[in-house]
Design a protein around this ligand. Sequence first.
Ligand code: HEC
Ligand code: HEC
Ligand code: HEC
Ligand code: HEC
Ligand code: HEC
Ligand code: HEC
Length: 369
Amino acid sequence: MKTLIKLSLVLALGLAAGNAMAFHDGGVAYCAGCHTMHNSQNGAVVDANNPGGNAYLLKSGNPSDTCLSCHANYGQFRGGNGYGPGGDFYWLTKTFTWTQRSSVVSSQGDSHGHNVIAPARGLAQDATLTQAPGGTFQSQYLSCTSCHDPHGNQNFRILYGSAIGPVYNGGRYNFTAEAPLAKGNSRNTYIAGGGFEDNANHTVYKSGMSDWCANCHTNFHSPNTSNFVHPTGQALGSTVAANYNAYISSDEIVGGNPATSYWGLVPFEDIDVDLETVDAANYTAGPVSNDRVMCLSCHRAHASPFRDIARWDMSATHIISSHPQITDGNATQADIDNMYYDYTFVTNQRSLCNKCHVKDAGDAPYELH
Ligand code: HEC
Ligand code: HEC
Ligand code: HEC
Ligand code: HEC
Ligand code: HEC
Ligand code: HEC
């Protein structure tokens, strides 16, 4: 009896997930999800914004517009409500300004993310960077499909690997590194959707992320005697791993429990994790010494409210002083509420670099200036 009930439960759950989820399904989805053969259905144009139809016979504007016609509401472009591991491209549309020591400074929208070009959503080419820093990929070609294969594959998040690279300037861009190994949650990244990130529910990264980012940012991942960059794809070592596990906050720099020390905001690659069995919805273990620091320990892959697509405000001494603040030009209360997802911090919390480096040992408490 017991097994019967269990079995039917598994079946019910499995079916529900299968029906609701499958589109790309680890490969190419039904063509009409993205393409229209004549830009016409029931005698009406499919893309009213472009009555002449679109290149590649796409249903909406260009590749990124086509992806966002479904994915905007899943959380990839959702007014800052997308609390996903990748982050919400909405932040590209927000430039925040404030006065600092009597000069006006800003946190530019185009520095908040990868500027995927999506005219129907008001997303334009990066106005500052003409190409990927540390590499050659030109900003004018940047799209969702510069990283994700629209025709699918079996990689993590259908990311491109070395077998075939993204469409680029009439040809394809060559990727030398494979897609990273990792396991994620639902693509519905708003708080009720299951794919939001917190300390337990987050992508479990195993290996290869830094090499993968270096497909386009080559030099940022090749430290040598004349190129000084923060280590990536490199073992934490026993000191940093011990720091991470012990660190609770700027108020309590020791005393953490390695079984629960994981911070979703400061992830690392868990080299020995078994991706088949790990539960990405409930994973809290801290690192051991062979685990790795990587690009996404400090950045998000899509966008964030902060300059340089940082996971936290790298220009704030205390997290509480992060921008946007409500007094900033162009900031809304919703922006403030969304900027750190549902994470909470002690008032005295300093930069999250301290999770690995504890340079806040013995520091004075926060004071309002
Ligand atoms: C998830 C959206 C999506 C689906 C589903 C999809 N395509 Fe595409 N397709 C694109 C995009 C976007 C491009 C434009 C090139 C790019 O950005 O990679 C494209 C380009 C193409 C091209 C020309 C360039 C190339 O890669 O060869 C062909 C041919 C094509 N698609 C055929 C198909 C067929 C056939 C199917 C169904 C079996 C299909 N597509 C399903 C999004 C999709
Ligand atoms: C017709 C709606 C639709 C369109 C258009 C669409 N998607 Fe999706 N996408 C989905 C659904 C539904 C899922 C979740 C189920 C799945 O993975 O098949 C999903 C999942 C994903 C995932 C997560 C896959 C995983 O392995 O967890 C990625 C990445 C993604 N889509 C990228 C894209 C990109 C890039 C485009 C544009 C080329 C695109 N999608 C266009 C509906 C769509
Ligand atoms: C397909 C090529 C490509 C891949 C892969 C890629 N990037 Fe980028 N990246 C670019 C381009 C082009 C720019 C400059 C244009 C822009 O910022 O929109 C850029 C800009 C950036 C910036 C600076 C943003 C700013 O405006 O200050 C950061 C940070 C960044 N990428 C991090 C990453 C990380 C981390 C990864 C891996 C998860 C990654 N990139 C993967 C192409 C890529
Ligand atoms: C620079 C490369 C890059 C670009 C451009 C990019 N993605 Fe992603 N995307 C990633 C990576 C890497 C992940 C995995 C992030 C993680 O788990 O930390 C990801 C994750 C996702 C997910 C899983 C849920 C989430 O939000 O984390 C979806 C869905 C998705 N991307 C869709 C899109 C769509 C739609 C676009 C364009 C509007 C896009 N991506 C543009 C690299 C990219
Ligand atoms: C996930 C853990 C992690 C995070 C987060 C992290 N680091 Fe590191 N960092 C390392 C490791 C591992 C090393 C190399 C071993 C060491 O020097 O202890 C390192 C080395 C360094 C070094 C010395 C580099 C050298 O060549 O001597 C500096 C400086 C540094 N980190 C600064 C920072 C700053 C600033 C931040 C925040 C923006 C930061 N780190 C965030 C893990 C991390
Ligand atoms: C220890 C944290 C940390 C790690 C790890 C890290 N970055 Fe950065 N990144 C930063 C900070 C902070 C900045 C701001 C500029 C600076 O400090 O040099 C930045 C800036 C950038 C920029 C923008 C440069 C520009 O000219 O505007 C790119 C691109 C970038 N990082 C890509 C990467 C890639 C790719 C990786 C992995 C190979 C990576 N980062 C790993 C913290 C980090």
